[in-house]
Write a protein that binds this ligand. Structure first.
Ligand code: GLV
Ligand code: MN
Ligand code: MN
Length: 403
């Protein structure tokens, strides 16, 4: 990563080696595991160095306050966790830019008229416990606390257990009115995750909306058996069922305008080369331009899969893991911020964000920084240094315009 002579965004360099994943490429930084703990410690040290006071809320989100925490605060930030084998920018760019913008405001002698905080949301990607934007969902009550406590990671550790190990009181996970009621405006800066800004030929854009999206767990059950002793006619192989299902997912999404559907994760039980699986779990991520269309897409996927299952001798169970309705960001806030930046374009996105969760309760906005590769959730995710600097400076201008 080539960084900048003048020290802006040096934070990205400081964390560049944390959580590198030699096997997958890119970074794997998952909630409260080694790299995430290291990043949290780095954030606390970094924020403290610029004179902010850091507190951890009941759900493991970090808040770094400029002066006294208080009502009607302007909050900016993003997340530090990653998908498995993710890029360097998804999340950290927003956190580092927020710290730099606030440091620059402080350094210039600016006196804010409202409280200001930089926030780091926990488990935005849902890579450890399966539910995207878990920290902001818990904070806002968008996920039931009992359900959240019982979520399990790939090693069978519950969120309640992991929270306890991280020093939180698991009984206090859940909606935190005191914390959310302080937020008067949330602004999240984020690397663009598709080709939107390449097409707009602009380094920056303000978000207008986020596709409706959700995650579903598809469990295919069959008969575990011997790969050599079981004739093809005798088999009930859930891998074959899952293969049909994955094709059906793509066919359904292609048939639904502007929709996307993905199976990016499979768990094969027991997972032996000479073993016909007994169970396969496939995680479905489905997105579309409206809540109705997303629901219809998933219903169509289910019909297609059930049809394809006939003859495989396998059963299917579908469980909804998370749901996020269409987000339309407050158009007045978005227009005002776009104007403060001198006419930055508005852009819709298909990627989910904590700002989308917060938008249900507080005015929220996002600014995207161009990604010249158009690739994200991958080591190829990128942002040019000049565009990152433009992002920090835009964030600083946006903060000035509301402070
Ligand atoms: C988060 O990046 C998502 O859109 O899944
Ligand atoms: Mn992401
Ligand atoms: Mn993100």
């Amino acid at each position: 990563m080539s960084r900048l002579a003048h020290g802006m965004l040096a934070g990205l360099d400081e964390i560049a080696e944390v959580g590198r994943d030699a096997a997958r490429g890119g970074y794997s930084r998952h909630l409260w595991q080694g790299p995430d703990l290291e990043l949290r410690a780095w954030f606390i040290e970094r924020a403290t160095r610029i004179g902010l006071d850091v507190e951890t809320d009941r759900n493991g989100n970090l808040w770094a306050w400029w002066g006294e925490p208080g009502e009607n605060a302007v909050v900016t930030g993003s997340h530090l966790d990653s998908v498995p084998g993710g890029g360097a920018y998804d999340g950290p760019l927003g956190v580092v830019s927020a710290l730099d913008a606030v440091a620059s405001l402080k350094g210039s002698g600016f006196q804010p008229s409202r409280p200001v905080a930089v926030v780091v949301f926990a488990e935005e990607e849902g890579s450890r416990f399966g539910v995207a934007c878990l920290g902001s969902r818990l904070l806002t009550g968008a996920i039931d606390a009992d359900r959240a406590r019982s979520l399990v990671d790939r090693d069978g550790v519950t969120l309640a257990e992991a929270a306890g190990l991280a020093g939180l009181d698991p009984r206090r996970l859940g909606i935190d009115r005191a914390a959310i009621d302080r937020v008067g405006l949330f602004i999240e800066l984020h690397v663009e995750q598709g080709r939107g800004l390449i097409d707009l030929q602009s380094p920056l854009a303000i978000a207008s909306s986020i596709l409706a999206h959700g995650r579903w767990r598809l469990t295919f059950a069959g008969q575990g058996n011997h790969a050599g002793a079981t004739t093809m006619a005798e088999r009930r192989d859930p891998m074959v069922a899952a293969a049909h299902a994955i094709l059906a997912v793509t066919e359904a999404a292609v048939a639904s305008p502007d929709s996307r559907a993905t199976v990016g994760r499979l768990e094969v039980v027991p997972g032996g080369t000479n073993v016909i699986a007994s169970r396969v779990i496939a995680w479905l991520d489905a997105r579309a331009p409206s809540d109705r269309q997303t629901r219809d897409l998933v219903a169509d996927i289910e019909v297609r899969i059930r049809l394809a299952l006939a003859g495989t001798g396998c059963s299917l169970q579908i469980t909804e893991e998370s749901w996020s309705g269409l987000v339309t960001f407050d158009p007045t806030v978005a227009e005002n911020l776009a104007t403060a930046l001198g006419g930055t374009p508005l852009m819709a996105t298909g990627a989910g964000h904590d700002a989308g969760v917060l938008a249900a309760l507080v005015p929220s906005a996002m600014v995207f920084v161009r990604n010249p590769t158009g690739v994200s959730h991958s080591p190829e995710e990128f942002a040019e240094a000049a565009d990152c600097v433009a992002g920090v400076s835009a964030l600083e201008r946006m903060l000035r315009s509301v402070l």
